[in-house]
Design a protein around this ligand. Structure first.
Ligand code: C2O
Length: 595
């Protein structure tokens, strides 16, 4: 099955930076990809109010680090940072800050924010990977047999039946996500430097979630006494799997949705099947034709998977106390989109999946993340030099979990790089996005040259630039017309530094290169679309500015656009969501080694 990323726009006679005048051709039939009905009703679950709130609308990281002046200044780079450290969850898990103490407005928080785990009589033991008879095989959720679905439901039902203080209970498992992303744990880097243990927006993202799912799967297997039990994966990268797997929204035995253990009331019900997932979701409904949505999804994955050659681009960079975030292409792309697309827009914080504090309470989280984990596995096997993170800090970073025997254990990144050693694998599913590159809207447009009078060069631009509206800037390239040999070893990267935004809100902007349409209608199906930057909000009621870096490979983009001889490129940043207060402090192009 090969999908072509077909542009529905004419590809000639466009003037620089003027909106396209012609409309896309009309199609023979119109099917909306979105079912329309009301959201799931709000249930009576009440918020878990614990502590009085603090009233500090300040950047908490600044306080923690005592580095107030550092943030938001120029030269926040994520490239070549030398300030990495070994992320280490505390031995004493009672040394935990309930997220509720950090939140200003608890009224709208429908899930518990007391994220600390149940106490343990002992400190964690180093985990030893157990031996096993057969690999657990994770299968695409849309291909499960009815028997397997029943087994999976029985396991989740058993988890939900446990007392909520049990470390294996649905609630405690859900809390793990909140604890590791909403600042429950801290570590001391030096005498006067303390940082949050954070598992998002960096190269820690993949290994942490791999371990999280690993124990979750083993706990479910133990609950139904089936050592071969494997989590299904939501195969959203294949057109056959682009709907939410039906089992999650099927009624239970008495024809009542609520008796299905896989059901969660906090989802966007208009995204139940047959809606097709939008892997560029920006909190808006675009009413696209299914074929267009599928193309956008496949091209997005091609860009985020195939066109990310460098380890840092795919995984994100190692955590650095100086830069709050620098996530990888999938984390900032398809992963965030699925979270937001699934969360309930009628809830103040888009619970459950639309906000990190609540994401772990929806069973969909784990099948979504199984596919994210599978992306790690697939990326390593793609053509070209592909290498996982290898720094000592990364290898030795560690987290603490209760295993399936209720034993508190410490696990290290170095022990999760080989999933077969961990005892599981993924059943293959075809990968059409490999052969689905975006296609150019306009070739050899010379748009950078033609825009010289209307658009400022980066060096003439006053940084930081605000993202409250589209940003256009001409950026000089370090080299033109590069040889194949050079391209083998160095990739041309568009680097954005000092992306500063309010992490309480969903935040997304797109990055376009040489787009003659000024980002008005261009989508991820076009080569001009170099990538996106999207982050799931991670703490409700707690305004906190964080600073990030991001980089986008443009070698293939410029080849596609026949712009390899151009000295400058026209960069357009298109705000999509939550960008009102956001700024970017540097935009440049660099040649970076493919490690
Ligand atoms: Cu911990 Cu999808 O996030």
């Amino acid at each position: 099955m090969a999908f072509l990323c077909v542009s529905t726009f004419p590809t000639t006679s466009l003037s620089p930076l003027s909106p396209l005048s012609s409309k896309p051709p009309s199609h023979r039939f119109k099917v909306s990809c979105n079912a329309s009905s009301d959201d799931h009703p709000k249930t009576s679950e009440s918020p878990n109010l614990i502590l009085p709130m603090q009233n500090n609308n300040v950047d908490r990281r600044n306080l923690l680090l005592g580095l107030g002046g550092l943030y938001g200044t120029a030269n926040m780079t994520n490239i070549g940072s030398a300030l990495a450290y070994t992320v280490t969850a505390p031995d004493d898990i009672s040394d935990c800050v309930p997220a509720s103490s950090l939140i200003n407005n608890l009224d709208d928080v429908v899930r518990g924010v007391a994220c600390c785990p149940p106490p343990s009589p002992a400190f964690p033991k180093p985990y030893v990977l157990p031996s096993f008879r057969a690999l657990r095989v994770r299968r695409p959720a849309h291909k499960l047999t009815p028997e397997y679905i029943e087994k999976y439901k029985a396991a989740i039902a058993a988890m939900k039946a446990l007392h909520e203080d049990h470390p294996h209970s649905w609630k405690q498992q859900g809390k793990i996500h909140c604890a590791y992303c909403d600042g429950a744990y801290h570590q001391q880097l030096s005498e006067n430097q303390k940082v949050e243990v954070k598992v998002h927006f960096s190269s820690i993202f993949y290994p942490f979630h791999r371990w999280y799912l690993y124990f979750y799967e083993r706990i479910l297997g133990k609950l139904i006494n089936d050592p071969s039990f494997a989590l299904p994966y939501w195969n959203w990268d294949n057109p056959m799997g682009m709907m939410l797997p039906a089992m999650f929204e099927a009624p239970g035995p008495d024809n009542d949705l609520r008796t299905n253990p896989l059901f969660d009331p906090y989802r966007n019900v208009s995204h139940a099947p047959p809606a097709i997932v939008d892997l560029q979701f920006d909190d808006k409904e675009h009413g696209r034709l299914c074929v267009d949505q599928v193309s956008i999804n496949l091209c997005s994955l091609h860009t985020q998977m195939v066109r990310t050659r460098r380890t840092d681009d795919f995984f994100g960079c190692d955590p650095d106390p100086k830069v709050s975030t620098c996530g990888g292409s999938i984390e900032n792309g398809a992963h965030t989109a699925v979270h937001r697309w699934m969360g309930n827009p009628r809830m103040a914080n888009h619970e459950d999946l639309g906000n990190f504090y609540s994401a772990g309470y929806d069973p969909v989280f784990y099948v979504h993340h199984a596919n994210v984990d599978r992306m790690w596995h697939i990326w390593m096997g793609l053509k070209g030099k592909r290498k996982g993170p290898s720094s000592t800090d990364w290898m030795n970073s560690s987290y603490v979990f209760y295993d399936e025997n209720e034993e508190l254990v410490r696990v290290y990144n170095r022990d999760c790089v080989n999933m077969r050693r961990m005892g599981y694998m993924y059943e293959a599913s075809s990968i059409p996005w490999k052969e689905s590159p975006p296609i150019p809207r306009v070739k050899a447009s010379k748009v950078a040259l033609k825009s010289v009078r209307s658009v400022k060069k980066a060096e003439e631009t006053e940084f930081p630039v605000k993202l409250d509206k589209r940003v256009n800037v001409l950026v000089k390239r370090p080299a033109t017309t590069r040889s194949e040999d050079e391209k083998e070893n160095f990739t041309e990267m568009l680097v954005l530094n000092g992306i500063k935004f309010n992490s309480e809100k969903f935040f997304k902007f797109d990055v376009l290169v040489n787009d003659v349409d000024n980002g008005i209608q261009t989508t991820a199906t076009s080569s001009e679309f170099a990538g996106t930057f999207a982050q799931v909000p991670h703490m409700p009621g707690h305004k906190m500015f964080i600073t990030s870096g991001a980089s986008y490979g443009i070698t293939e983009v410029l080849e596609d656009l026949e712009a390899e001889e151009d000295g400058h490129v026209l960069v357009t940043l298109v705000p999509r969501a939550g960008t009102e207060e956001a700024t970017v402090s540097e935009i440049k192009i660099e040649l970076l080694p493919i490690d």
